[in-house]
Design a protein around this ligand. Structure first.
Ligand code: 5RP
Length: 215
């Protein structure tokens, strides 16, 4: 599986250009991308990172980590996903970094998503949908989600996000209209962000394997 992730990650290097500031996601596939990106050190201006985990790995490679406020709009964002549908809409947040990932995806002109074939699904929702919540709103949000969607919210106990918040994973969803669900869940007070990337889907999906597919 690591080999397949590495194949997808290395193919994503084709989207990196000299002097870029590259947006960087989080997870094991992105870890392969950061390792590959090390060869570009000195040619890129640096990276905007979506997590403490990716920041540490970037710095270990000597790649400058730049604050998004200083970087301005980005040309490229590279990130993995937990599920990807045929319209390049995603579920993300298995690693808990969904909010910063969403911010950087929104700031980027091109979102290149790197996955293995196991992440491809016809309909999103088999993977539990992560929702980052303000801690005091955990029960309120869970009740609202149960009532509105019928999905089963499960608190990811022990996980505190890089933003100091908590995560609810919503089980048993079959997401027929991801844009609608994303919009609705975003309205619940206490929701920081939803791990549905449907309003801003990926632009390019790279699936590791023999051969590597670029969708
Ligand atoms: C982290 C994410 C990751 O992109 C997602 O969990 C996929 O991770 P991996 O590449 O390890 O399978 O959304 O919040």
């Amino acid at each position: 599986m690591t080999e397949v992730k590495r194949q997808a990650a290395e193919r994503a290097l084709a989207y990196v250009e000299d002097d870029m500031i590259v947006g960087i996601g989080t997870g094991s596939t992105v870890a392969c991308f950061i390792d590959a990106l090390a060869a570009w050190k000195g040619r890129i201006r640096g990276a905007v990172s979506s997590s403490e985990q990716s920041t540490a790995q970037l710095k270990a490679h000597g790649i400058d980590v730049i604050d998004l406020n200083s970087a301005g709009p980005l040309s490229l964002y590279v990130d993995g996903a937990d599920e990807c549908d045929p319209h390049k809409r995603l579920i993300k947040g298995g690693g808990g970094a969904l909010t910063r990932e969403k911010i950087i995806a929104q700031a980027s002109q091109r979102f290149v998503c790197i996955i293995d074939a196991s992440k491809q699904v016809p309909i999103l929702g088999h993977f539990p949908l992560p929702v980052e919540v303000i801690p005091m709103a955990r029960s309120l949000v869970a009740r609202a989600i149960l009532a509105d969607t019928g999905g089963q919210p499960v608190w990811r106990e022990g996980t505190v996000t890089d933003n100091g918040n908590w995560i609810l994973d919503i089980h048993n969803l079959r997401i027929i209209d991801p844009v609608k669900l994303e919009t609705e869940l975003n309205q619940i007070p206490g929701v920081v962000s939803v791990g549905l990337f449907a309003r801003r889907p990926a632009d390019v999906v790279i699936v590791g394997g023999e051969p590597v597919q670029v969708l």
